[in-house]
Write a protein that binds this ligand. Sequence first.
Ligand SMILES: C[S@@+](CC[C@H](N)C(=O)[O-])C[C@H]1O[C@@H](n2cnc3c(N)ncnc32)[C@H](O)[C@@H]1O
Length: 227
Amino acid sequence: MSIRTIPAAQWQAVLQMAPSLITEQRRITTNAILSAGEGGNGELGAADTAILSVLAYAAPSGDAFEFGTYLGRTTRLLALARPDSTVFTIDCHNAKELCVERGQPGDVPFCGIPRESIGRAFGGTSEATRIIQLWGDSLNYPLQDLYGAMGIVFVDGGHDYATVLSDLQRAYNMLADQEAGIVVAHDYGFVPDVTKAWNEVFAGMSTLSFEASRLVAYGAVAQELFG
Ligand SMILES: C[S@@+](CC[C@H](N)C(=O)[O-])C[C@H]1O[C@@H](n2cnc3c(N)ncnc32)[C@H](O)[C@@H]1O
């Protein structure tokens, strides 16, 4: 696998200097960045949010899929960035137990939120009509019906090796166009199991990481976007 790290100045320039791409997106991105936290609390930080937003906007046609709904901020971001897409998002009720069972006890604080809080950031919004919430352990959940249907898949669910490996493999299978479509994951270079699983699934392919961000991305459209 070859991974290219896009310097912060370069990806920031893409965000700022692509008005034809992000005229509408600028408003969405700005709002998302302003409402993003510092990261590290289970949600994406501002840099990650900005990059994900632009990737979602630029991704080829198709629906969007997210592993790891949590409060639902990134789910809503995907829906805002892709007004013609349905956004599928999966989370589970027993993530806390799964984190411990699968050797990621450090994730417990971000996995133990009550069921009613999962997805609350999009509840009652106009985007919610295009969001389909799935409930279950992504490692076992039947997703084959969604293979070949997505323009972008965002992977930020369970962070143990077995779960990330499976989520990434299925993410790739879910792309409608396996060259142009985008798979993006969070915590690359930060959670060793995520880094290991990504490097295995995308071995032999070109992927991008982003300086000062925990995101990593696959897909020709992502490569074109960031030069
Ligand atoms: C880091 S949070 C996602 C944060 C979200 N992407 C955001 O930035 O707002 C991870 C989520 O994945 C869920 N999760 C963990 N293991 C899972 C599994 N095996 N199947 C489905 N969801 C899982 C947790 O319950 C948690 O809500």
